[in-house]
Design a protein around this ligand. Sequence first.
Ligand SMILES: NC(=O)c1ccc[n+]([C@@H]2O[C@H](COP(=O)([O-])OP(=O)(O)OC[C@H]3O[C@@H](n4cnc5c(N)ncnc54)[C@H](OP(=O)(O)O)[C@@H]3O)[C@@H](O)[C@H]2O)c1
Length: 251
Amino acid sequence: MIAGGSEGVGAAFALQLAESGINLVLLARKPDALESTARQCRSHGVDVLTLAVDLVDRTAVEKVVAVTNNLEVGLLIYNAGANTCSADFLDAELTEFQSVIDLNITTMMALVQHYGRAMRSRRRGGIMLVGSLAGYLGSARHTVYGGVKAYGRIFAEGLWLELREHNVDVLELVLGVTRTPAMQRLGLNFDMPGLRVADPVDVAREGLVHLGNGPVYVAGGNAEDIIRRNNPDRAKVVEGTHRLMRRLLPD
Ligand SMILES: NC(=O)c1ccc[n+]([C@@H]2O[C@H](COP(=O)([O-])OP(=O)(O)OC[C@H]3O[C@@H](n4cnc5c(N)ncnc54)[C@H](OP(=O)(O)O)[C@@H]3O)[C@@H](O)[C@H]2O)c1
C-alpha cells in the first residue's frame, strides 16, 4: 500500500514494486493521476486497487481499511505529506496547519497501527515513512511542517525498536529537494546554483533497497548535510539554512 502513490516518489515506488511483481493498493486524491499510475503498474501484470481519498479527511482511515478488508498488506509506504501551508505561523488559520498535522501525523499513525498490528501477527512486513531534511531544523514558513517531519523520524526510530523483534522492518526515508510534480507546482527554484536535486525514481529505489536498514536512511546523497544540521549551535544552523531557503522557495 502506498499512501500518496499516484505521483512523484509515490508513483516511482509503485512502478518499481509492480516491476517486482507485487500487487498494489494506491491512495491519492486526484483520480486521473491515480488511474494513470495504476494503468502503468498493471502493464507489469500485477493487481492494482486504487482509492481516491483525501488522507486529511476524518473518514479516510475507515475508507482505506474497508477496501483492504480481504487483503494482506505486507508493505505500507506513507509518502503523502508535502507542506500544504507555507505561511508564517501567525498569518494562517490553525485549521490550515492542522491539515499538515493530520496528513503527516494523525492519519499516518492510524494506518501504521492498523497495518502494523497485522504485520506483527504475521511476523513479517515493512513500514516506510517518507521524511524530509526539513525535519532536522526549524525554518520560517515551515514551523509546523518541520515539526511534523521531525516527529515522523522520531516515531519511526521508536517503532523500529518495537517491531524489529517481530520481524517487521521500519524505515524513515529522508529526502532532500526532489523533483516531484508537487514541488514543481509550488514553483521551487530547482535551478539554484549548487542545489542538489534528486530524481523521484532514484530516491524511491534507494528507499526500497534500504528498507531493511532502518531506522533512518538519508537518500539523494544528503547524509553529510545531516551532520551540519545537527550542529549544537542552533542559531548558526537555522540562520544559514534560512538564507538558502529564501533563494529556494517562491515568495
Ligand atoms: N519533493 C521534495 O522536494 C521533498 C523534499 C523532502 C521531503 N519530501 C517528502 O516526500 C513526500 C512526497 O512529496 P511530494 O513532493 O511528492 O508531494 P505530495 O504532495 O506529498 O504528493 C505525493 C503523493 O501524495 C498524494 N497526496 C498528497 N496529499 C494527499 C492527501 N491529502 N490525501 C491523499 N493523497 C495525497 C499526491 O497525490 P494527490 O495530490 O492527487 O493527492 C501524490 O500522489 C512527502 O512526504 C514530502 O514531505 C519531498
